[in-house]
Design a protein around this ligand. Sequence first.
Ligand code: PMP
Length: 399
Amino acid sequence: WWANVQKGPEDPILGVSIAYNKDTSPSKINLGVGAYRDENGKPYVLECVKKADKKIYEANVDHEYAPIVGVAAFNQLAAQLALGEDCKHIKEKRIATVQSISGTGALRIAADFFARFLKGKTAYVPNPTWGNHNVIFADAGIPVKSYGYYNPSTCGLNFDAMSKDITAAPEGSIILLHACAHNPTGVDPTTEQWKKISQICKERGHFVLFDFAYQGFASGSPEKDAAAVRMFVEDGHNIALCQSFAKNFGLYGERIGAFSILTESPEQALNVESQLKILIRPMYSNPPVYGARLVQAILKDKELTNEWRSEVKGMADRIINMREQLVKYLKKHGSTRDWSHITTQIGMFCFTGLTPEQVDRLANEYHIYLTRNGRISIAGINSTNVEYLAKAMAAVTKD
Ligand code: PMP
């Protein structure tokens, strides 16, 4: 049956981990993986998650199915966390929220829903973007194009290209925006730039989809990280929203996320929800409950929520601190390059500006592994390896 099936290519990020695992050097560093690591390079389980875990265990819960839309209380808390407790759409029941298989699953529901109800529209994603965006839309049968985003010569935002391309997109296009901590570049628009993008989207009648995978993880403040999303809603956009709780709650493997669509009326919200259910039922029937129970237990409890806030801030602060340390040691080791983008970029990732050849040298000569586009996961850096990394980066970038 399968004689005609050819071997497909390896995922480039997984390839980095495979090479890292094979390396026997004690100084090896993995800067490919997009998961938080603590000061000792170890996965981090949040204390608030451990406490929620205990509460759930002690409550002696059953393991019945969730409804198709998932755990209702979780859905409500998730939407509130992103949109704010004062969000009119939530208060007026003008929002349809379903639990999803983390951020990826939310995007997949979004893409399949658009394929049905926004037929013929093209989705525009930033260039570059998280690799899965292109594939998810393409697999759902939605044409994907990109808008200008990153400027390699400044390692910053190419706002001219971004605004021009979004303006030039056919009226009523789907515009995907990273809510904060853009992956892979770490480059976010400023408040004024967000304002302009919101205006352009309005003028062009575009539909805006926010991918919100890092709430709290970028600045340390869940509210600050939600500023762009909330601004668009304030401006009158009935957005769609994909949320992930992988990074900010450290619940990667629990696959917990949410997908919301903001609508004009409670009736529209119910209609949209009914169609989301029709779409989800033949995909996976209903989502797993455990991650939803954990997040719900934390967000419905003031004390645990405060503990989460301080822990997510702790992760964000460690990352910000590592950015500063890296720049400091690059200077100490004689690099005269302008590395200021390392500290102006935000979130888990940094687009270093290293060329593929320099990335190869880091792997071959220094046992340091990252994707060939020069993206490093700051989470893989700690005070033990930061100087070694800086020294290696200074060496491979010397003219
Ligand atoms: N969107 C972006 C921009 C991401 O970086 C990620 C995680 N790499 C996701 C969505 C989804 O991740 P998950 O499915 O693990 O929630």
